[in-house]
Design a binder for this molecule. Structure first.
Ligand code: NAP
Length: 271
C-alpha cells in the first residue's frame, strides 16, 4: 500500500515520519511519501498518484480547498468545513474527508477534557480555525472567534450558525471573555518565530485549557504566558497525531498505534 502527503512546501512535514513509524510497528507493507505539489500542479499531482497506485493521501497547504473539484464525494466533515485533508481512492474513485477538527477534539478527549457546557475562544479565522469551529460546534460548544481581519471572523461565525452552532465574533484583542473561557485555541502563525500575540491573559481562570496549534517551537510565548497563569497547556503535536490517526481509520479501517506515532513525533520535535 502506498500513501503520501501533497502540498507546498512539504519537506518539513512530520506526517511521513509519524505514519511510517505506525506502519512499521504493525508490520504493514505500506509506505508514506511526500510530494511537493503547488496549486498550478494539482491536476498533474493527482494523475501521478493515481497512475502509481496510491491508496490515499493527505492534503496540506495550499491545496485543502483547491482539491475539492477533483473529488467525487465528500464526507459530511469535509463538506461542512469546505476543505479536505485526507483523500481515499476506492476503485479509482476519489473520496475526500477532513480529520483536522475531529483530530483536534480527540486530542483533547485523550487528555481528559470535559466537553459539557464549554465556552471556547478561537484566535484566528483561517483554515485551521474553520475545521476546529465546525468540530466544536458539533459538540455543542459556544464559540467566540477573534481575528485580525474581523470580517473573516464574522463570516466564519455566520457559517457556524448555518450549521446549527453558536458562534460570535470580534477583533483579535482581550475582553470580558477572558474570565469565562474554558478552552482558548491559538490558530494563527504568531509565535513560530517567538513573536507575541497582542493579548494579555491576566484574569484567565487556571481551570482553562489553552492550546496553540504551533508545535515548533514546542512552547510559544503564548503557551508560556498561559502556563504562567496556571492553565493546562497543549501545543499542536497532539492535533497532528490524532488527525493522522483518524486518517488511518479512514484509509485502513483500523486503529492507529497512537503511542508509537506519538513517540516518533516527540523524538523528532525534541531535536
Ligand atoms: P491560514 O488559513 O492562512 O490562516 C491564518 C490565520 O492567522 C488567519 O486568521 C490570519 O488572520 C491569522 N494571522 C496570520 N498572521 C497574523 C498576524 N501577524 N497577526 C494576526 N493574525 C495573523 O492558516 P491555517 O491553515 O489556519 O494555519 C494556521 C496555523 O495553524 C499555522 O501555524 C499552521 O501551522 C497551524 N496548523 C497546525 C495544525 C496541527 O496539526 N497542529 C494543523 C493545521 C494548521 P487574517 O485573516 O487577518 O489574515
Amino acid at each position: 500500500m502506498k500513501y503520501a502527503i501533497i502540498g507546498y512546501p512539504v519537506e518539513h512535514s512530520l506526517s511521513p515520519l509519524m505514519h511510517e513509524a505506525g506502519f512499521k510497528a504493525l508490520g504493514l507493507n505500506a509506505v508514506y511519501d511526500r510530494f511537493p505539489v503547488t496549486l498550478a500542479g494539482i491536476q498533474d499531482g493527482i494523475n501521478y498518484l493515481l497512475e502509481h497506485n496510491y491508496s490515499g493521501w493527505n492534503v496540506t497547504y495550499p491545496l485543502k480547498e483547491a482539491i475539492i473539484p477533483f473529488l467525487t464525494e465528500l464526507s459530511p466533515e469535509a463538506r461542512d468545513i469546505g476543505a479536505v485533508n485526507t483523500v481515499k481512492v476506492v476503485k479509482g474513485v476519489l473520496l475526500g474527508h477532513n480529520t483536522d477538527g475531529e483530530g483536534f477534539c480527540r486530542s483533547l478527549s485523550s487528555q481528559g477534557f470535559n466537553w459539557r457546557l464549554k465556552k471556547a475562544v478561537i484566535l484566528g479565522a483561517g483554515g485551521a480555525a474553520k475545521a476546529l469551529a465546525v468540530a466544536l460546534a458539533r459538540r455543542g460548544v459556544n464559540i467566540l472567534i477573534l481575528n485580525r481581519t474581523e470580517n473573516k471572523a464574522e463570516k466564519l461565525a455566520k457559517q457556524i450558525a448555518t450549521l446549527g452552532g453558536k458562534a460570535a465574533w470580534g477583533g483579535l484583542h482581550a475582553g470580558d471573555w477572558l474570565q469565562e473561557v474554558d478552552l482558548l485555541i491559538q490558530t494563527t502563525p504568531i509565535g513560530m518565530q517567538g513573536e507575541k500575540i497582542p493579548i494579555e491573559l491576566r484574569g484567565i481562570r487556571p481551570s482553562a485549557w489553552v492550546i496553540d496549534l504551533i508545535y515548533k517551537p514546542a512552547v510559544t510565548p503564548f503557551l508560556a504566558q498561559a502556563a504562567f497563569y496556571g492553565c493546562k497547556t497543549l501545543n499542536g503535536l497532539p492535533m497532528l497525531l490524532y488527525q493522522g490517526a483518524l486518517a488511518w481509520e479512514y484509509w485502513l479501517g483500523i486503529k492507529a498505534p497512537i503511542e508509537v506515532m506519538q513517540k516518533a513525533l516527540e523524538e523528532q520535535t525534541r531535536k
